[in-house]
Design a protein around this ligand. Structure first.
Ligand code: ADP
Length: 254
């Protein structure tokens, strides 16, 4: 196992697990679930009900696909997990944190435990692959030597050691997505969220990305992938939940 993926190699600046329990409204017991949705409804300001009465439990170490057609609520579900949106009914609990109750510093602390991958990569154009990957840790004040220690294994996992000094425009789409995965895992997250990570990629590059996510899952990272690509889901052979018009469809094996 590489150092970057070592589950015991925790971010020195991150809250210890016991501290998390002090947050208002959270029971001081370790839950076997990484993510729980309890009766969650999300209505946007314009009145669109994007999720309706969602109950969901994701165990630590799971690899779960969230599928459904465009507009079915996949991105909203992801945003509720990382606190970009808040439920108007019900609770979203992530690693024992009730996300809807977190603001400011506390929300930042939760996000340090998460890695997030987007369809459009969201790399900073004028920064190299290494700099992009290191940026969040740098902002957190992690020492340069510690960042260097983590960079190599993170780039190795995604196969970009040789592209460390390249700028995003010098990379293919698949490579850019792999760079964004390196950025997502450099903080050794417990949970990796990927929202349509293969949406801009051809089938071969899409499968390469899924294989990397599978590998990360084998070293203990809980992985949730939102995608509308049914063939990829079928090939991957992981559990699937389906959304349709904001409602959860019965769980089926892929
Ligand atoms: P998916 O990711 O499956 O395409 P989304 O979660 O993006 O679905 O969207 C679910 C529904 O919520 C859609 O009807 C979409 O138009 C609506 N929606 C998403 N974001 C917003 C927003 N910020 N304001 C209003 N409606 C939104």
């Amino acid at each position: 196992m590489t150092q970057a993926l070592d589950r015991n190699s925790r971010d020195p600046l991150t809250t210890r697990r016991s501290d998390q329990h002090q947050i208002e409204g959270i029971a001081p017991t370790a839950s076997p679930f990484m993510v729980q949705f309890n009766g969650v409804t999300k209505t946007y300001r314009n009145g669109t009900v994007s999720l309706l009465d969602i109950d969901l439990k994701v165990e630590r170490g799971d690899f779960l696909f969230i599928t459904g057609p465009s507009g079915s609520g996949k991105s909203t579900l992801m945003k509720l997990i990382y606190g970009e949106e808040r439920p108007d009914r019900g609770a979203v609990v992530v690693d024992n944190w009730n996300v809807g109750l977190l603001w400011g510093d506390r929300l930042s602390r939760l996000r340090r435990r998460l890695g997030i991958v987007f369809q459009d990569y969201r790399l900073i154009p004028r920064r190299t692959v290494s700099e992009n990957a290191a940026l969040v840790l740098r902002a957190q004040g992690v020492p340069r030597t510690e960042i260097q220690r983590r960079l190599h294994p993170a780039l190795e996992v995604v196969g970009l050691q040789d592209k460390a000094n390249c700028f995003p425009e010098e990379l293919s789409g698949g490579e850019q997505q792999r760079a964004s995965i390196a950025r997502a895992i450099i903080g050794t997250p417990d949970l990796l969220l990927a929202d349509e990570p293969t949406g801009n990629l051809d089938p071969e590059n899409a499968w390469q990305v899924i294989k990397i996510l599978k590998r990360l899952n084998t070293v203990g990272i809980t992985v949730m992938v939102a995608t509308h690509d049914a063939s990829l889901v079928q090939k991957s052979q992981h559990p699937v939940i389906r959304l349709h018009q904001g409602r959860l469809q019965p769980k089926v094996a892929s």
